[in-house]
Design a protein around this ligand. Sequence first.
Ligand SMILES: *Cc1c(COP(=O)(O)O)cnc(C)c1O
Length: 352
Amino acid sequence: MAGYMPGEQPPPGSRVVKLNTNENPWGPPPEVLEAIRAKTMETLRLYPEPTARPVREAAARAYGVTPEQVLVGNGSDDLLTILLRTLLDPGEVFAAPEPTYTLYEPLTRIQGGRYVGIPWGEGLSLPVEALAAAGAKLTMVTRPNAPTGHVVPLEEVARLCRLCLPHGVVVLDEAYGDFAEDNGLPLLPAHPNLVVIRSFSKSLSLAGLRLGLGFMSRELAWEMHKVRDSYNVDQLAQAGAVAALENLGAVARVTARIKAERTRATEALTRRGFTVFPSQANFLLATIPAGRRDGRAWLDDLKGQGILVRYFGSDPRLADKLRITIGTPEEMELLFQAVDRLLADNGGSSPP
Ligand SMILES: *Cc1c(COP(=O)(O)O)cnc(C)c1O
């Protein structure tokens, strides 16, 4: 089988502008590191709290749910694995609108499931009827979606939940939810077959700590607890997670900065001849301008200029597009300068 291909992670200290894996350039609140430092040899000698109870309690306070509705993962990728192992029997269908996050398909195949990708509808709308007709045990809606950055209306997600009853579970992957205008948590009480998953890797700037949160009915959470690794979230991650959840105000200030930079970058790339999808995430999907360079050449030539972006050329729908993470204003300026040099070299028109 073809495995998942993560984005490039150059060694620490490399002099590159890293806009390829949607990390957050601003770093987590300092309280996170203080909480991790407070751990001692004596505490590390012991196993962590098996169900990550302190994290579930902090998440319940932060998001207005009960601790029994929260499942904590070693990254939200771990939650995806737990969901699949809990719910998908061999031969059963996992459905998702495409293009989307490329990890879902290998995870489904590992579980012996059948992956069904259904193209997004007109204007990237949610293909509700086609998804429901797939007869899936698990239907994934990534919101905001990767790599397009778009969101579908929550009413459509609610309609999908109703159509997937009684046997299908709908999962909202909200890895980028904090950068969007709204989110699916308010749908949970009325939709027992809905699961919402969040990641600490993007908005909370903790990709290296590996943390994810799942929100669902207490009954579903109970089944998932039976399936996950007994100690799937280590002590350092639990301590850091609690501190992060107690400092969400600092996170909100950082996401506001990224959203402002997203608007600026959309304008700057559009002026340079790219077509940019409206994004509610911390990245942009940009169609490259016509010229002698194809998508792969843009990727390579930007890398030659010290700028890493992401390219999904094996999907023909994405072959003329680059996915660009929103970095600091300084990093984005370096990107625009590199683009200008390449455009000049293209024999193409220079930006005004
Ligand atoms: C980044 C990402 C994840 C994984 O997040 P981790 O918490 O780092 O495992 C899951 N889903 C989508 C759509 C993502 O972009």
